[in-house]
Ligand binder design. Structure first.
Ligand code: F6R
Length: 612
C-alpha cells in the first residue's frame, strides 16, 4: 500500500525517484508525486492523479525538477479520494517541509482540529498532510528538524513510514517508521530510502532495515539511525541477493505471465536446498523434537491467496500429523478469542511479510504464549524479523499484484514443513514420506510440462471470457485450490466468481446454476473423484457448461461428462494442488487479457496491504 522513495546524493534526484516509483507502482497506483530541493529553486513539488506515466509526462521524465535531494510517493488512497491535491508529497503551510507517508495516522482528526485552532490552513483531506503541518509547528517551536520529528512521532498514533525533506536542510533526508516497511540503501553516488528493495536494487544491494520507532538522517555519504529517544543505534547491513532483471518484465507482456512461467525455477529454489539424501532438512528453524511432540494445536494464519495456501495445508497437515490444524483469516483471528498457549504452533504465511493484519495476528499469538513460524518471501520484512522462526520461499521479487509464484512456493514450503513435523511425530509411514519427497523433487519438471501447454488454456479462455459469473467447485484439496482459482479470476478479470465445496452446492448455491453458467469443476483429488463427478453431473443437469481440470489419468473419464477438460500430470495427493493451480492461474490471466484488463495492476488493489 503506497510506495515511498527518497534520494540524497551527487546525481539529479527526480529521474531516480521516478524510476524507484515505477518499480514500486504495484504498491499503489491511483496518484503519484515527487518533491525535489535545489539551491536555486528551493522545494519544487509535482503531483498527478493517475498512473505514474502521467507524472512522467508532467515532469518530462523528471527534467522539470532540478536538485539532488528528493522524495517520491505512489498512492493507494485511504483518506481522501485519489486526486492531485490528496496525492503526496504534502507540504507544510510555509512551504518549507515536504513529506511522503505510507500508513494511517489514526488520531489525525484530533491533531487537525488542534492545528486549525492555531490558525493552520489545510489543503487536502489526508491524514498525511496533518503530519506535515504538525512537523512545521514543532520545528517552529524547537528549531531542530530531528527533534521536531521526534516530537511529532510522540504525538501521532497509527502506522507510518515517512520520507521528509526540509528547505533548511539542503543535504538531509529524514526517515521514520512504525508498522510500515522502510529500508535504507547505501549507494555509490548517494543514499536512499524506500518502502521496498525493488526500488533501489538498480543502485545498491547494501541495505539496512529500519525497525519500529526508529528515525534516520541520510546525507549523500552517511546514514545515521536513532531510536525514539534520539539515541544513535548501530544497524546491521544486509546484502540483497535479488537480481535487477527479476524485477523487470524481460520480454513478457505482463509481470503476471512472467511470474507464472518462473514457477518451476522458484519451486526448485525453494525445495531443493531443503531435501538432502531423501530427507527434509529445515536448518533454519529451531523447533525441538520435544516441543513438536507436545504440540496440541496448530493455527495457520494468513490473508488472501496466502490463506488459500493455508487451506490446502490444513487438509494435508491434518492427514499427515494427526493434530488439529485451524486456518484463520488474519483479520478475524486477531479479534476472536483464539485458543493459543505454549503448546500451540502458529504458522503465519505472507509473501510480502508486511501485511498488517497478519502481523497483528502474529503479535497476538505471541502475546498469548504461542510459538510462531513465518513463511515469508521478502527477506528482512517485518513478519520475518518478528517471528520466532522464519522459513523463506525463494520466489524472488513478485511484482504483479495477483500472486502466482509466491503462492506456489508457499505451497511447497508448507508441504515440506508438514512432512518435517509428521516425521518428528512419527505419524507418516516411511513409504509415504519418501513418495512425497520424491514428488516435491520432481515437481519443477512437471510444472514445466503444464506450462508447455499454454495454448489449450488460451483457447478455453477465448471460449469463456464473456461469462459474467463463474463458479469453481471441488472437494477437499480441490476445493482449497478452487478458492485460489476463483480469487485469481475475479481480482484480475473482474468477473464475479465463487468457489464452493461441491458437496455444499445443493444446500443453496445450485439455485444459481442456469443454462450456460460456467462451472470450473476441479477433479484432481483422486480419493473423491467419483463424488466430484456426480457433482459435475448435477450441474450439467441444470444447464451448466463445465470446464474440468483433472489429471492425465482421469482425462478420458472426465471427457465423458464435462464440456471441456484440462489435464495436468499426476502427483502424490499432497503435491497435486501445486500442479492443478497452474491452469487456473493461466485461465485467469488469459481471460483478463481477452477482456482488456490491466492485469498487473487490477483496480482497487495493491500488492502489500499495510492497512487494516
Ligand atoms: C491475491 C493476493 C493477495 C495476497 C494477500 C496477502 O493474488 O496476492 O490476496 O495473497 O494480500 O498478502 P501477503 O501474502 O503479502 O501477506
Amino acid at each position: 500500500m503506497c510506495g515511498i522513495v527518497g534520494f540524497v546524493g551527487r546525481e539529479e534526484a527526480a529521474p531516480i525517484l521516478l524510476d524507484g516509483l515505477e518499480r514500486m507502482e504495484y504498491r499503489g497506483y491511483d496518484s503519484a508525486g515527487i518533491a525535489v530541493r535545489s539551491e536555486k529553486e528551493g522545494l519544487q513539488v509535482k503531483k498527478a492523479k493517475g498512473r505514474l506515466r502521467v507524472l512522467r509526462e508532467l515532469t518530462r521524465d523528471g527534467a522539470e525538477l532540478s536538485g539532488t535531494l528528493g522524495i517520491g510517493h505512489t498512492r493507494w488512497a485511504t483518506h481522501g479520494e485519489p486526486n492531485d491535491v490528496n496525492a503526496h508529497p504534502h507540504i507544510s503551510e510555509n512551504g518549507r517541509i515536504a513529506l511522503v507517508h505510507n500508513g494511517i495516522i489514526e488520531n489525525y482528526m484530533e491533531i487537525k482540529e488542534h492545528l486549525i485552532k492555531q490558525g493552520v490552513t489545510f489543503t487536502s483531506d489526508t491524514d498525511s498532510e496533518v503530519v506535515a503541518q504538525l512537523l512545521e509547528f514543532h520545528y517552529h517551536e524547537c528549531g531542530n528538524m530531528l527533534e521536531a520529528v521526534g516530537r511529532v512521532l510522540r504525538r501521532i498514533e497509527g502506522s507510518y513510514a515517512f520520507g521528509i525533506i526540509c528547505a533548511d536542510y539542503p543535504n538531509a533526508l529524514i526517515a521514520a517508521r512504525k508498522d510500515s516497511p522502510l529500508i535504507l540503501g547505501y549507494g555509490e553516488n548517494g543514499n536512499f530510502l524506500a518502502s521496498d528493495v525493488t526500488a533501489v536494487i538498480k543502485y545498491t544491494r547494501d541495505v539496512v532495515y529500519m525497525d519500529d520507532g526508529e528515525i534516520a538522517v541520510l546525507t549523500e555519504d552517511s546514514i545515521d539511525v536513532f531510536d525514539d529517544e534520539l539515541i544513535p543505534v548501530d544497524k546491521e547491513h544486509h546484502t540483497v541477493d535479488w537480481d535487477v532483471s527479476a524485477a523487470e518484465k524481460g520480454g513478457y507482456p505482463h509481470f503476471m505471465l512472467k511470474e507464472i512461467m518462473e514457477q518451476p525455477e522458484a519451486v526448485r529454489k525453494t525445495v531443493s536446498p531443503r531435501i538432502k539424501d531423501g530427507r527434509v532438512v529445515l536448518d533454519d528453524v529451531a523447533l525441538t523434537a520435544d516441543y513438536v511432540k507436545e504440540l496440541s494445536r496448530i493455527y495457520i494464519i494468513a490473508c488472501g491467496s496466502s490463506y488459500h495456501v493455508g487451506m490446502v495445508s490444513k487438509y494435508n497437515w491434518e492427514r499427515l500429523l494427526r493434530r488439529p490444524v485451524e486456518v484463520c483469516l488474519a483479520s478475524e483471528f486477531r479479534y476472536s478469542a483464539p485458543l493459543v498457549d505454549e503448546h500451540t504452533l502458529v504458522v503465519v504465511i505472507s509473501q510480502s511479510g508486511e501485511t498488517l493484519d497478519t502481523m497483528a495476528a502474529m503479535r497476538e499469538a505471541k502475546r498469548l504464549g504461542g510459538r510462531t513460524l513465518a513463511v515469508v518471501n521478502v527477506v528482512g520484512s517485518s513478519i520475518a524479523r518478528e517471528s520466532d522462526d522464519v522459513l523463506y520461499t525463494w520466489a524472488g521479487p513478485e511484482i504483479a499484484v495477483a500472486t502466482t509464484k509466491a503462492y506456489s512456493t508457499q505451497l511447497v514450503l508448507m508441504d515440506l514443513v508438514g512432512l518435517y513435523l509428521a516425521d518428528v511425530l512419527g505419524t507418516v509411514e516411511p513409504a509415504e514420506y519418501s513418495a512425497i519427497v520424491d514428488e516435491l523433487a520432481a515437481l519443477p519438471e512437471k510444472l514445466e510440462n503444464v506450462l508447455a501447454h499454454v495454448e489449450d488454456i488460451q483457447y478455453f479462455a477465448s471460449r469463456y471470457f464473456n461469462h459474467d459469473s463463474i463458479f469453481f467447485i471441488g472437494r477437499n484439496l480441490d476445493y482449497a485450490m478452487g478458492m485460489e482459482g476463483s480469487l485469481k479470476l475475479k481480482e484480475i478479470s473482474y468477473i464475479h466468481s465463487e468457489a464452493y465445496a461441491s458437496g455444499e452446492l445443493k444446500h443453496g448455491t445450485i439455485s444459481l446454476i442456469e443454462q450456460g453458467t460456467l462451472v470450473v469443476a476441479l477433479g484432481t483429488y483422486r480419493a473423491l473423484l467419483d463424488k466430484s463427478m456426480s457433482n459435475v453431473v448435477e450441474v450439467k443437469a441444470r444447464g451448466a457448461e463445465v470446464l474440468a481440470v483433472t489429471t492425465e489419468e482421469f482425462r478420458e473419464k472426465m471427457e465423458k461428462t464435462a464440456d471441456a477438460v484440462i489435464a495436468v500430470p499426476e502427483s502424490h495427493p499432497v503435491v497435486q494442488p501445486s500442479l492443478g493451480v497452474v491452469p487456473l492461474q493461466l485461465f485467469a490471466y488469459y481471460v483478463a487479457l481477452q477482456r482488456g484488463c490491466d492485469i498487473d495492476k487490477p483496480r482497487n488493489l495493491a500488492k502489500s496491504v499495510t492497512v487494516e
